[in-house]
Design a binder for this molecule. Structure first.
Ligand SMILES: Nc1nc2c(ncn2[C@@H]2O[C@H](COP(=O)(O)OP(=O)(O)OP(=O)(O)O)[C@@H](O)[C@H]2O)c(=O)[nH]1
Ligand SMILES: [Mg+2]
Length: 440
């Protein structure tokens, strides 16, 4: 098998970059580009990297770590190099490495694919690597770690084992039936066994939660000049958005990431809404605001409490999840008592008043602190296999003929084994690993 090389960090300038090499040619690579490297296993060494092509004695001084097979990420010899994060150095380094015979650029996810093929992890764990890279809050991260540690694959293996036992029980029943000259299907002990498996599968099916690659959206809406953009600036602690005393400052909706203690969300600023539009652009801007509001995970009504409430206020409160009253530094208006929203916050954005409390509330709303009892399953592929296994077991339990039953049980086991990759076909592996980045 060819050896592979790739940049494991994002392209571009950075303090350091990480270049990974995996495969049999690692020793040759070291000879070619790191002439002074002694290749002591798992010890980071600062070494000279030779600039072969331009005849320079040194291209960079970098940190190198050698992980001999099988104790490496891929299970093969692995070399990890940490050059300066200069795209020119990185490109040259990779070019030099590719000149070594038997080395080529890695495909997307190929390091993890090799880890799977070499038995370093099963397929549910390999898929969890993707979750680890995309988790944007502490709960998804902790779930990805649980999947990576093999929590779900352990359960799948136990169920697959039960299905295997069911098949063995079925054989015994058949032998017994032949000995005593036939038994009623209803009397087969296998029924209990299948019911137990069905319960297990149905419980697993309920644990599906799509791993959201998109950040949850909180959309701010309200009248022009209510203080929506100022509020976002205060929340993200940066003058990120244009703020002005003239109404109608924000036209297009703008997305701003907000980093909360338990995870990231997107704040979306919108053009102010009014009963009637002043002109066509106004109308288009408001239409955009309404459209984006439809897609919100949380609708935040922003209202200037120092001015009379707008006529649409009651209607807006009906659709809002929380209400934020701005301008409380100017006048804490008696209108406050007419706000019936349970979730109501008072802020004065330019003075940063009430902002900390609102951040904490958003953190609790988006990332409630409930305990996670079981790791949830994030892969649609795994759920499809669980459903298939369930259908097979159901058909087995309803099959009259024993041969048919045995056939369905075998299919159920195959479906379970394909979840963890004990059975896998190339197209499934391609679909999984090609979604990863190069170098992972
Ligand atoms: N005193 C005070 N002024 C505020 C507060 N919030 C916003 N402002 C001011 O109100 C004006 C309008 O604020 P913006 O944040 O631009 O309001 P907006 O809702 O984004 O307005 P549009 O983009 O036009 O819809 C600016 O002059 C802000 O400085 C507040 O809590 N207290
Ligand atoms: Mg604005």
């Amino acid at each position: 098998m060819e050896s592979i090389v790739a940049l494991a960090t994002p392209p571009g300038k950075s303090a350091i970059a990480v270049v990974r090499v995996s495969g049999k040619a690692v020793r040759e690579v070291c000879k070619a580009v790191l002439p002074d490297f002694k290749m002591e296993p798992r010890i980071a060494k600062l070494v000279r990297c030779r600039g072969v092509a331009c005849n320079a004695p040194t291209m960079d001084n970098l940190i190198a770590i050698f992980f001999p097979a099988p104790n490496s990420y891929t299970g093969e010899d692995v070399l990890e190099l940490f050059p300066h994060g200069n795209p020119f150095i990185v490109r040259r380094l990779i070019e030099e490495i590719c000149k070594v015979e038997g080395v080529r650029l890695a495909k997307r996810g190929e390091f993890t694919e090799r880890a799977f093929l070499n038995g370093k992890m099963d397929l549910t764990q390999a898929e969890a690597v993707g979750d680890m890279l995309s988790a944007s809050n502490s709960k998804s991260l902790s779930n990805a770690q649980r999947l990576l540690s093999g929590e779900v694959s352990g359960e799948i293996k136990r169920l697959a084992e039960r299905v295997k036992e069911a098949a063995a029980t079925l054989e015994l029943e058949v032998d017994f039936a032949e000995d005593v000259g036939g038994i009623e299907n209803g009397e087969l002990r296998i029924e209990n066994c299948l019911n137990e498996i069905l319960q297990g599968l149905s419980a697993l099916k309920k644990r599906f939660r799509k791993a959201g690659n998109e950040l949850p959206k909180a959309v701010l809406f309200g009248t022009p000049n209510a203080g929506k953009s100022s509020l976002i600036n205060a929340l993200v602690k940066e003058d990120r958005l244009l703020v002005n005393e003239a109404p109608g400052t924000t036209r297009d909706f703008v997305e701003v990431p907000l980093h909360l203690p338990s995870g990231d969300i997107l704040l979306i600023d919108t053009a102010g809404l009014a009963d009637t539009a002043q002109n066509e652009i106004d109308e288009q801007a408001m239409q955009k605001s309404r459209e984006i509001l439809e897609k919100a995970n949380l609708k935040i009504l922003v209202t200037d409490i120092s001015t009379p409430l707008p006529p649409e206020f009651e209607k807006w409160q009906g659709i809002a999840n929380i209400t934020v009253c701005t301008h409380t530094d100017i006048k804490k208006n008696s209108q406050l008592s007419t706000l019936n929203s349970q979730l109501k916050f008072l802020v004065a954005s330019p003075k940063n008043e009430g902002i900390k409390e609102l951040r904490e509330a958003l953190d609790n709303i988006f990332f409630p602190k409930e305990e996670m009892e079981e790791a949830w399953i994030t892969s649609e592929r795994q759920i499809a296999c669980i459903k298939k296994a369930e259908e097979c077991v159901l058909r087995a339990s309803q099959a009259g003929a024993v041969e048919l039953m045995a056939f369905e049980i075998r299919d159920a086991r195959n479906a379970l084994c394909s979840i963890i990759g004990e059975i896998s076909d190339e197209s499934v592996l391609n679909a999984i690993f090609s979604s990863y980045c190069v170098g992972k």
